[in-house]
Design a protein around this ligand. Structure first.
Ligand code: BT5
Length: 328
């Protein structure tokens, strides 16, 4: 594609100017057509500086999802190869499931600028306006069925490491895999299996990051926040997606090689509320106790003082510093 070739040429110049004449000769375009290409790139969010004497210089890539920009930032071997970006889709997890059923392979990543029917766990709704990172990856991991179910735990570790690496954010994981900043949810993770557990071992990992969203666009209110609210600026979604896929690939490799015991250590090192009083709600019932850790199956261990309870699903509330419980 011409647009991408022009960008490649600008990148080759490593920050120096490329003359309009050079571009027009290389791609056999009129100078007016070069100018038009440059305008289109600027409209797509590329920062291109123009000087009458020297030509054009690439000074920055778009913050919003962009095929070329993401391709240039990807550092993975498998995850994100290939990847596709759509402007709007009901749910990237549903899109990924369709792709997997039609032969979509391990590593395929699907991203949308906006979801109209984003899904949370237990058929809950996930708000996904423009500005967020809504991403699903197809994985065919080299893991036992029992371990594959713990991939959402790896994903939460990868998300925490991504946010720490890029923005030095002090985020933590609320069991099983919500990522919170000061008690407010920034990231949600939804792992789903394609086909029967005992036949096809294909998983869809869906990750939703409230990135460039204002608080008003999230009706989750006090329980939800975004990177933009926390950092006071917009972030580069291409950089964020590339870093996330890198950390996810590293986590997956580590899990396949070292097994759950090491993953559990990494998860616990990033967990919120470990050793503290928490409330676990399952259906109508609530259980209060000390959050002791994870079982061999990735379940939550709760010590009530009288006995140790094990939870494979349920809602957890963590005690806040002021004594109340976070519910998100
Ligand atoms: C989750 O569910 O946290 C998993 C969310 C996964 C979303 C990704 S986006 C890409 C992929 N495609 C999809 O369709 N889904 C995945 P859960 O723990 O059930 O949390 C859902 C609850 O969080 C809702 O009931 C709301 O209370 C709240 N919520 C909804 N949207 C939110 C948002 N954007 N930020 C924070 N909280 C939200």
């Amino acid at each position: 594609m011409l647009r991408e070739e022009v960008l490649d040429l600008l990148v080759e110049a490593q920050g120096s100017y490329v003359s309009g004449e050079n571009i027009s000769q290389r791609f056999q375009l009129t100078r007016a057509a070069v100018w038009k290409q440059i305008q289109a790139l600027k409209e797509a969010g590329y920062k291109i500086e123009a000087q009458t004497k020297n030509g054009y210089r690439l000074a920055g890539t778009p913050l919003s999802l962009d095929k070329w920009a993401l391709k240039h930032k990807l550092q993975t071997k498998e995850l994100g190869h290939p990847f596709y970006i759509r402007d709007e889709i009901p749910s990237t997890n549903d899109w990924a499931k369709d792709e997997a059923r039609q032969g979509g392979q391990h590593g395929l990543a699907l991203l949308a600028k906006k979801q109209t029917a984003g899904r949370g766990r237990l058929q809950r709704y996930w708000e996904s306006p423009i500005g967020g990172l809504w991403l699903s990856v197809i994985l065919c991991p080299n893991l036992s069925l029992a371990d594959a179910a713990k991939l959402t735990l790896s994903t939460s570790v990868a998300v925490v490491d991504t946010l720490k690496e890029l923005y030095s954010l002090d985020v933590g994981i609320k069991w099983p895999n919500d990522v919170l900043f000061q008690g407010q949810k920034v990231v949600g993770i939804l792992g789903e299996v394609v086909g029967e557990w005992n036949t096809v071992q294909t998983m869809i990992l869906g990750i939703g990051i409230n990135a460039n969203l204002s608080r008003e666009s999230l009706s989750g209110g006090a329980a939800a926040t975004s990177l933009k609210e926390i950092l006071g600026r917009e972030v580069d979604l291409n950089e964020l997606a590339a870093s996330l896929l890198k950390h996810l690939e590293l986590e997956l490799q580590a899990f396949e090689k070292e097994g759950f015991a090491r993953l559990r250590e990494r998860w616990l090192a990033r967990a919120l509320g470990l050793g503290s009083p928490v409330v676990v709600t399952r259906g109508e019932q609530s259980y209060e106790g000390i959050f002791k850790g994870l079982s061999d199956d990735g379940e939550l261990l709760l010590n009530t003082g009288e006995r140790e309870l094990v939870f494979s699903a349920g809602e957890v509330s963590l005690r806040s510093l002021t004594g109340g419980y976070f519910t998100s």
